[in-house]
Ligand binder design. Sequence first.
Ligand code: ADP
Length: 710
Amino acid sequence: MPLPEAFDYAEPEGMGLELGDQVAAPLGPRLLRGVVVGLREAAGGNRPLKPLEALLEEPRLPPGTVEFVQWAARYSVDWPGQPLAIALRGARAPKPRPIRVVESTGALPARPTAARARVLEAAAGGPLTPAELVRAARVGSGVVKALIEEGVLAVRLVEQAARFSPPDPGRPGAALNASQAAAAESLKAMLAEGGFGVALLDGVTGSGKTEVYLEAAAAALAADPAAQVLILLPEIALTQALIARVAERFGAEPGEWHSGVAPPARRRVWEAVAGGDCQIVVGARSALFLPFARLKLIVVDEEHDASFKQEEGFIYHARDLAVARGKIEDAAVVLASATPSLESLRNAEQGRYRWLRLSARHGAAQLPDIALVDLRETAPEPGRWLSPPLVTAMAETFARGEQTLLFLNRRGYAPLVLCKACGERMTAPDTDSWLVEHRYSGRLVCHLTGFSMPKPKACPHCGAHDSLVSIGPGVERVEEEAKTLFPQARVAVFSSDTVFDAREARRMIEAMADGQIDILVATQAAAKGHNFPNLTLVGVVDADLGLRGGDLRAAERTYQLLAQATGRAGRKARPGRALLQTWAPEHAVMQALAGQDRDAFVAAELAEREFAGLPPFGRLAAAIVSGLDPPQLEAFCRVMAQAAPNAAGVEVYGPADAPLGLVRGRRRKRFLVRADRAVDLSAYMATWRARVKPPASVRIAIDIDPYSFL
Ligand code: ADP
């Protein structure tokens, strides 16, 4: 509930409450689920407290989880109920349905046959599901059915076990090379010291960071047989491959946690984590809120990735919160990346984090050659997006039987549809954004809100027929071009529109790894983390895309994304290369990529940030104020500007119209606050917000360390 703090209740006689218990609490006319965040003797005040209704028969949240939830709310300047709801997501999911098993009753069949004998023999080993029994006895399902009807077999419903098998840290891992071994030793030393500590595992793509942090996980599990380990990944599409690697390394399935996991399975993981049975979790950012009781190690893989930032609802950055949770739990934290965030690099430079570098790929694999294609000199034909040098490289690659990845971080067919008769741009009805054309679905889609409509036959503005033209490329359009250029090649698209769940992602990744695809056109969903042995060419269709629309991290993010995408090439024996199509080959980002000179780029970026007092040298927070009635919103923003507290080392900018001025019918204004590092910016923002009382239709969202400035 959107309440600023926890409420007090009386504990009925004999309830025996403890911190973290889940309870049913009356609030007004309603009965709500709550969590005990503190216990104290009644002060004997004159206000009688309402008694709690009941203690729920649900797992208790461990003290560290309770503390973390409260810390997160304070840090993000939000209601404690927001992070608590995330922490309870698994507790509120439906329980897995019981499964049907059959077992023998001891009765003998009236008419014995060989098939029936095989069924009885298989059933003697213990209860099996009907399907398992059919398979074990190699009979038709009719045989089992008949035996059930006859009373020889009986059906029973059993609860699905919440148990996970314990991981075995003693199983041998990969034989580490010298730099991997040194990094693993350093992580083990950090774990052996015990307590909180952070390491930055900074290794080029393909250097084998995963093997290193799995060694650290093994060490944590060997030192404490009840230890729990959390591995966070930025994309659901990456979880499947890592789950397979973890299962192989430790001989036990880890728990899987992300929005694509079905609610009953989520409940199973949640309960097993709370009960300590599930010791390794591989998940997306919200896994950080699971009720771990003995968390010893948190790994944030691809720590630089902006997907770790949750932008809606409860706004948080999972990497930053992982460090905070590590501190609360006295756990070790490993941040892994080939292109670490400037924040983490700065912390490593300053000695706050251990800095472990892996500078070469594992084994014979080499980093790809990266070349720039200057589109001013070799532009594609009008209406085409692949330049002659890239097409030539694709042809060579295809002729050698190797694979190409074309990277374009834009879903759909075309980012803009306009009327060539009147110039009207197709925009969303209630949001400031262009509608993106999707050919597979035949719809125009707003990528911000999900609004969509069929593509009209006539311009809705001037009524001209067949006048709507598609401007610019998305992955679907590049796929079309690749198919035209290489009719014999097998071409596929990987984006969140074509690959919408973890299973489909796994299928697509296996098909690519297996060589069933020649040319993969992909958004960032497929451009990071994966190992495709036969992929030797990466073509970046529009390297400049992320540099437009200046925001604080535009250059940093473009560098990271393109280094990741190009890093997919040549990860095994065959050498790889990458071609970046750009209109600005002289840009520092392009030069750093082509020259493989990350350190110079990072140094230049850091110098600029330091000069401007921006993160990681200063702090930023945003307040996004939105409302339905523009004059009322304007008036409130003026009041809010007046109410900004005066504090040393803090500057408040705004209100300004947000670049995305209208979202879902709400007008938006923004304030930006810059502060020196020493300032407690969360406290500042909380004080500010407490000073104003927005009208009912106005909302304030506070974003500590914003990644989006829209
Ligand atoms: P990163 O995460 O650093 O990009 P990975 O951990 O995915 O790299 O490793 C890249 C590839 O090299 C993988 O296929 C992995 O199995 C292989 N690899 C890494 N280290 C070893 C090792 N010590 N022995 C054998 N194979 C390794």
